[in-house]
Design a binder for this molecule. Structure first.
Ligand code: PLP
Length: 413
């Protein structure tokens, strides 16, 4: 065996010989729009121009009537739910595994998160399991397009129509994805996007709500702005329509968002090239299942979650071997171990200083192990690196490293 064939884990040469290409994703365009925001002389959304400009451009891009910029994706979920009429004690079906924002936005309204199994091919909530969880208290479903894989929106919309519940698309990991030619976020009653640093469009932190529903848009706008009816009433005459909050974005966030929107197509196209290569050049490896998007989906790939399907060697050993080769793979479909396994859910821990149970959760029972399929996925996921800045050489070395590890353990090459 040559030094090249030997695993780096065992002292061989690494497959990834140079750092991944990751230049600053922000540049002249962001600088220009930021300067314009500053030159406007008002950074508040209602005085500067940039928030309106972004919302208009994003609405045109995604083919929806309204875009409401917010301060994060988690907040966008909370706002969309409030605007779709979710109230205390209502149930909202979300996904067993994804960022905590996919249930914190629900809890913030004192609504009850209900967790649906992931589908092993799309990694998003399984529409059939979602339907089985619907009760007379269900008000909304958060259809999460996981890891850029666009879920079966026909199935979600059919469930929504049949049971009279709002379908809210969580597009946080799938900016620019399409379902049957239409952008995600323009199909459900509302869509939500996160623009934290890991996302296709990033403003560091930020988010937005999309909708074609005028009433939803109106409530969303009021909710993020303490229900101030700007321009409609005189100062001193605000009626304050319902209990709201301040989730207002500022114009600097909007300026960067506007620039990132212009970069989106290129970003998504490059991610697609990378992932298509993974499919072509890794698709034959044994014990490795690539995700399968439903017919009609045009994915906007994120790091690619593949399923490792062997007990021996354990996944942890495979991952350690890949990392030793210099590959930035990891095993988390979300930062936590799955929403049902968090203390917040399984112990219904709501407050920081006491374990007092809030009234709205008193009758809710969670079984930590009620989503076994999702737990199986969680235990077998390996996330392959996808970044629009990576060069062809980065991807070639990544693929070579994966094939080398597979060859060592399974004899293929
Ligand atoms: C699917 C999904 N929904 C919601 C969120 C929450 O977004 P934010 O971090 O902007 O609050 C995230 C963040 O990673 C996410 O991936």
């Amino acid at each position: 065996m040559t030094k090249m064939d030997e695993l780096a884990l065992n002292g061989g040469l690494k497959s990834k010989t140079s750092p991944y290409h990751k230049p600053n994703r922000y540049g002249d365009l962001e600088r220009r729009y930021l300067m314009e925001a500053i030159d406007d002389g008002c950074l508040m959304f209602s005085g500067g121009k940039k928030v309106g400009q972004f919302e208009e451009a994003a609405a045109e891009k995604f083919g929806c009537k309204h875009v409401i910029l917010t301060t994060s994706g988690t907040v966008a979920i909370q706002v969309a739910l409030m605007a779709c009429g979710v109230e205390e004690g209502d149930e909202v079906i979300t996904t067993a595994i994804a960022d905590a924002g996919t249930f914190f936005g629900i809890l913030a309204l004192h609504a009850i998160p209900v967790f649906a199994e992931l589908h092993p091919e799309t990694m998003g909530p399984d529409p059939a399991h979602v339907e089985s969880l619907i009760t007379s208290r269900t008000k909304a479903v958060l259809a999460v397009h996981m890891a850029g894989i666009v879920g079966d929106l026909d199935a979600f919309i059919a469930v929504g129509e049949k049971h009279g519940v709002s379908i809210i698309e969580d597009c946080s990991q799938a900016h620019g994805g399409k379902w049957k030619g239409q952008y995600v976020g323009s199909i459900g009653r509302a869509g939500v996007f996160s623009m934290n640093e890991s996302k296709h469009m990033s403003t560091g932190d930020g988010g937005f709500v999309t909708t074609n529903d005028d009433a939803v848009a109106r409530i969303a706008r009021l909710y993020i702005d303490k229900t101030y009816a700007r321009g409609e009433v005189r100062r001193g005459d605000e009626a304050l329509l319902f209990a709201a909050n301040n989730f207002r974005p500022n114009t600097m966030t909007a300026a960067v968002a506007l620039a990132q929107l212009e970069r989106l197509d290129e970003n998504v196209a490059r991610r697609d090239e990378i992932v298509q290569r993974y499919y072509r050049e890794l698709g034959d490896l044994p014990h490795l299942a690539m995700p399968k998007a439903p017919d009609g989906a045009e994915c906007a790939w994120w790091p690619l979650p593949v399923l490792y399907q062997s007990e021996s060697p354990p996944r942890e050993e495979i991952v350690a071997a890949l990392v030793a080769e210099g590959l930035p793979v990891n095993t988390g479909l979300s930062p936590n171990q799955g929403n049902l396994h968090t203390k917040v859910i399984k112990a219904k821990r709501f407050y920081p200083y006491s374990d007092r149970l809030p009234h709205f959760l008193k009758d809710t029972k969670y079984d930590e192990w009620s989503c076994p399929t999702s737990d199986g996925i969680r235990r077998s996921v390996i996330r392959l690196p996808v970044d629009f800045r990576y060069t062809d050489q980065d991807i070639a070395e990544t693929i070579a490293g994966i094939r080398k590890v597979w060859s060592h353990y399974f004899g293929s090459n």
